[in-house]
Design a protein around this ligand. Structure first.
Ligand code: PGA
Length: 248
């Protein structure tokens, strides 16, 4: 069963609303590829103008974060319902920058995953090891721990529609991409973990991205791997190169 590739830009804390609209217009002719799902995950304040700017195109919009509570006194937070109402389809959950700088732990991320799914958003659930963990040889143990904890009480039916992004922390924003073999090995391991937790059909359906210094030069080889179903792209999603990645 063929899984449709999904290539998502993660803009992080870049692009003011007016810059965002310009970038969408610049990329518009470059990101046409009906064989892949194209997503721009943008800062919260850019969501409304970007949703408007991508109207009529093949691009969908994602958020970079959300809170799990329905509504109320959570100053500074954004709810799943707000995202849905604004036209957002995807939400990145558990990016290593949020785990690290904002101390988001797996118990919190599990709540966010469940809330996103129940609101009708597709989580792009991130996992990945540090360089120290890789060197200690505990990469797959760590990733399995993250996946299992973040998916507590999530059903097989729900899991088959989510996206998992494998992003080795040492490869993010460093220009140091994992080798194709390293990326495929972990993405395959994630699929085996899903098969163990659920069943083979669920594992075969879930889309697993690689992220970490994906660029126009390495995308095609990464995406050709049997267990890599696209990419989560940071730095290279902010320039024309993103078109080359989408049309790899
Ligand atoms: P990068 O970021 O492509 O700049 O390494 C990827 C990510 O953090 O999602």
């Amino acid at each position: 069963m063929a899984r449709k590739k999904i290539i998502a830009g993660n803009w992080k804390m870049n692009m003011t609303p007016s810059e965002a609209v310009k970038l969408v217009a610049e990329l518009e002719p470059l990101v046409k590829n009906d064989d892949v799902d194209v997503v721009y995950c943008v800062p919260a304040i850019d969501i409304v103008p970007v949703v408007e700017a991508v109207k009529g195109s093949n691009v969908q919009v994602g958020a970079e974060n959300m809170y799990f509570e329905e509504s109320g006194a959570y100053t500074g937070e954004i709810s799943a319902a707000m995202l849905v109402d604004a036209g957002v389809k995807y939400v990145i959950i558990g990016h290593s920058e949020r785990r690290d700088y904002f101390k988001e732990d797996d118990a919190l991320l599990n709540k966010k995953v469940k809330k996103a799914i129940s609101a009708g958003l597709t989580p792009i659930l991130c996992c990945g090891e540090s360089l120290e963990q890789r060197e200690m040889g505990v990469t797959m143990d760590w990733i399995r721990f993250q996946i299992k904890s973040d998916l507590v009480d999530v059903t097989a039916d729900q899991v088959k529609d989510i996206v998992i992004a494998y992003e080795p922390i040492w490869a993010i924003g460093t220009g140091k991409t994992a080798t194709t073999e390293q990326a495929e090995e972990v993405c395959k391991g994630i699929r085996e973990c899903i098969a163990q937790m659920y069943d083979q059909a669920t594992a075969d359906a879930v889309r697993i991205q690689y992220g970490g210094s994906v660029n126009a030069g390495n995308a095609a080889e990464l995406f050709a791997q049997p267990n890599i179903d696209g990419g989560l792209v940071g730095g290279a999603s902010l320039k024309a190169d993103f078109g080359k990645i989408v049309c790899y």
